[in-house]
Design a protein around this ligand. Structure first.
Ligand code: PXP
Length: 239
């Protein structure tokens, strides 16, 4: 089976930095280490409230030797920043200021009018656009209609242990691929729950952050990434 890419989300290195208002730990230093350890891409979420990554981090990440995936809300401000920075990819996510993390997928079906122009502008700037959505056929069809080349399936409910979620993800990945969409997945993935998701043939990329950064406290960032990579590779070999 094709090799699955591993994107490492380093937002929470910035969370730690910001907790003390210090210049360290530097998420871009962590990004270089992540690349050496085998990350295929780096993901950073520039939130409207800048609670972790800041504009300057995004600009510096542009020079990394692997693709930068900028997560962001579909707002005028963020589209403007992305068109200036020109990351390899932008993943559009819903954002609510009060949330602790991205709680659900985008309502691609219900917000077509707002999303359409954002997707077009980012695409015109040469940025590959992905939509972070729940594993739901209605949303997948809306993403395809909107002309997004990629969808990232929200694995949060699966990671929370909700019954039937793995089956929903497997089916959503199949439908997405049949619609011509490139399929990514992420949110809440750990050493213990990543295997079934890594084993879904149509899923070409996983984006993993919080667990990896937490695990880095115990075994180091490079080792956490290498272990995640090894589990993903084993899952694909055993299919
Ligand atoms: N993918 C998207 C679109 C996300 O918003 C997040 C969280 O920022 C992730 C993946 C990574 O989730 P986690 O940090 O739980 O691994």
């Amino acid at each position: 089976m094709n090799r699955q890419r591993l994107g490492i989300n380093l937002d929470h290195v910035a969370t730690l930095r910001n907790a003390r208002g210090a210049p360290y730990p530097d998420p871009i230093r962590a990004a270089h280490l992540a690349v050496e350890a085998g990350a295929d891409g780096i993901t950073l979420h520039l939130r409207e409230d800048r609670r972790h990554v800041r504009d300057e981090d995004i600009r510096r990440a542009r020079d990394l030797p692997v693709p930068l995936n900028m997560e962001m809300a579909a707002t005028e401000e963020m589209v403007g920043i992305a068109c200036g920075v020109r990351p390899h990819a932008c993943c559009l996510v819903p954002e609510r200021r009060a949330e602790i993390t991205t709680e659900g997928g985008l309502d691609a079906a219900g917000t077509r009018n707002a999303l359409g122009p954002c997707i077009a502008r980012l695409g015109d700037a040469g940025i590959r656009v992905s939509l972070f959505i729940d594993p739901d056929e209605h949303q997948l069809r809306a993403a395809a209609d909107l002309g997004a080349p990629v969808v990232e399936l929200h694995t949060g409910a699966y990671a929370d242990g909700k019954a039937g979620e793995l089956e929903r993800l497997v089916e959503a990945a199949r439908i997405a691929a049949s619609l011509g969409l490139e399929v990514h997945a992420g949110h809440g993935l750990t050493f213990d729950n990543v295997r079934p998701i890594a084993g879904i043939p149509a899923v070409r990329e996983l984006n993993i952050g919080h667990f990896i950064v937490g695990e880095a406290v115990f075994i180091g960032l490079a080792e956490a990434i290498r272990r995640m990579r090894a589990i993903m590779d084993a899952a694909r070999r055993s299919r």
